[in-house]
Design a protein around this ligand. Sequence first.
Ligand code: C2E
Ligand code: CA
Ligand code: CA
Length: 728
Amino acid sequence: MPVRPSGPGPEPEEPEDLDLVLEDRLRRFATIWSRAIFPVTATSLTRPEFELHLLPWARELSDALHGRPFDTAPAGRVGAALVAAHCTDPDALSRTLGVVESYLVLYCGRPAQDTAEELRARSARLQHALAAGFARALRQRTLTEQEAIARSALAARSLAEEALHATEARFRAVFDGAAVGIGIADLDGTILEVNDTLTRMFGGLETHIRGRRTTDWVHPEDGPQVWRMYGELVRGERDHYRVEKPYYRGDGTVLWTNLTVSLLRDADGRPQYQLALMEDTTERRLLNLRLRYEATHDALTGLPNRTLFFERLDKVLAAGGGTRFALCYLDLDGFKAINDSLGHSAGDRLLVEVADRLQSCAARSGEMVARLGGDEFVALTTGPASDEDEAGELARRILHVLSTPISLDGRELAVRGSIGVVEGPAGGERSAAEVLRSADITMYRAKSAGGNRFERADAEADARAITRHGLTTALPAALDRGEFFIEYQPLVHLGDGTVHGAEALVRWCHPQHGVLGPDRFIPLAEHTGLIVPLGRWVLQEAVRQARFWNRSHSDGGPLRINVNLSPTQLHHPGLVADTVDVLERSGLDPGALCLEVTESALIGADEDLLKPLRQLAEMGVDIALDDFGTGYSNLANLRRLPVSVLKLDRSFTQGMQTHPVDPVDLKIVEGIVSLAHSLQLAVTVEGVETGAQAEQLRELGCDTAQGWYYARPGAPDRIHSLVLADAI
Ligand code: C2E
Ligand code: CA
Ligand code: CA
């Protein structure tokens, strides 16, 4: 079977052929790579020799692509190797990354082994590691070079000093052959001599340099210390200094150098000449600028990215002095749908167009547009405090430029966005991260109000959302850490005032916020599904507690325990099995357990939803309809439900506090009680706060009651004392 000559294609069956093909592909990858970077590499090798040089690194990348476990370290080593091989031109790195991006998976991927998705992700991570290895090695090399320069500066200085007095010839040799630029000037700054390297650095013409004065080379970007130290040196007050300094070349271009200047004294120690050593750092600087640019800009749109935006916002916030800032946080509405239906490349083009339009909205000085990622952008504007509504203006401008449809592949797409606006004085307390979070939260408010609009930040809404968000994320760990506990509130027989049982009410002892009531976190736990494990824990704890009470107080009939069930728990398939399990493990009689289900959760419930409750009721567990009277359920419907207790909502009890008590209220309660009793349901009332209420409710025929008049919810041992008090 002939070996397939080139490129990717279906995998051949024979293993030895496979090896050959893979080797062939690897070589082709190395060829492409060498073609890309050879022109920008300072090497004495020929191109084919250079390619052989790259081959082992190509192999490292290829092996890394398939490594198990996956490891990016080899790519970092390849980056460092490039620097060692003098591929330090700014283009060498970006071309290498381009080649890896386009060809590594194509030529070295083994689709039979990994999915395309996986290979692409790995290739991206290898590129990051390679770039990081490259940057690290370059920095290291720069440091080493700087050390070498410092050493040669010292050597040259002592040689030059000697030369002044004696060994002229040896100094000449160093001077002419040095790889760094060397120049000598007198103390007035007149340049006396320069070596070839320095001449070349300045563009090759000695006339541009000789006869000029060092002080002619002032550059607007000179640091303030440059000329101060120069003055000190020529006055004999210092022996040398090192700075980074730019120069204009003869043709107007800029040369950046690391400059070391030393003072040469005569045999009597009097200052005589100045000796400059300079190293050309222009390219390295460009590379650094470019790496910095790449690190601070979004590759797709060219806009500043999150990093640069944060730097700018930090500066703005620190500024103070009467300036104000306004920030618009934009998230496109429905972008995911566009991406999913038209494809990523169309999505990308849309983002580029949006970026262009946004830039036209905030193009004045002091304004900035950045892309934070995905379809999220920010526009920032700053300026002196004024009466005008700058923030609102900016947001309106943005919505306006978005309102013209974007044409993509012959379609006209309407783009809309939601904007969160935050504004305020600079120099406030808030950090950049806080401002951005507030803008993000506000944006969500705009989105949930229907989108295509802007909303302004509101400190109170923020605080609520932040705590809500914080509590939600802290919930799961809180359960693991045992931060929840249960308080018990006694249920009392209205007839004789004896304790009938207790309702379990959960609390969260939050490490920062202190004890939180269930209203603060039960809805969040419902929302995230954590209510299922939390509810199971409450049931287990409460049942265990009831069992304990009943063991230690067998006289006077068993104490009953009421546990609340949330709607999500009702829907959970494990409800019956979990409850049976908890009861069996503890040994508590099912008849001593009452599960409270809020009325609204059962309105309109179908048989499927009722079935688990029915099963539990058949086992002897009581089901109470909690908060009764708030959900407008059809009273006739009660008959259908597997319920044995009605818990009248607190609002009825509150109605009994007025003087005189509203006769209609009384009639309603009386009606409910008699209906309940005719359906064999017991009636419990909640929120009894006074003796008068208790008396009233007893007269109306309610069976049991609960409320502060008897006891507030508390620790389980308090029930003991109440029960004991009953017994006496
Ligand atoms: P709920 O089931 O209606 O519980 C009664 C609430 O009324 C409790 O509030 C209780 O402290 C309060 N209360 C008792 N007596 C009086 C009184 O005389 N006057 C007044 N003004 N209030 C009284 P809490 O503990 O804040 O519980 C609030 C709600 O949280 C409960 O309402 C219940 O729906 C839910 N909840 C509590 N624990 C759990 C639990 O373990 N699981 C689930 N799913 N929900 C729970
Ligand atoms: Ca309840
Ligand atoms: Ca209730």
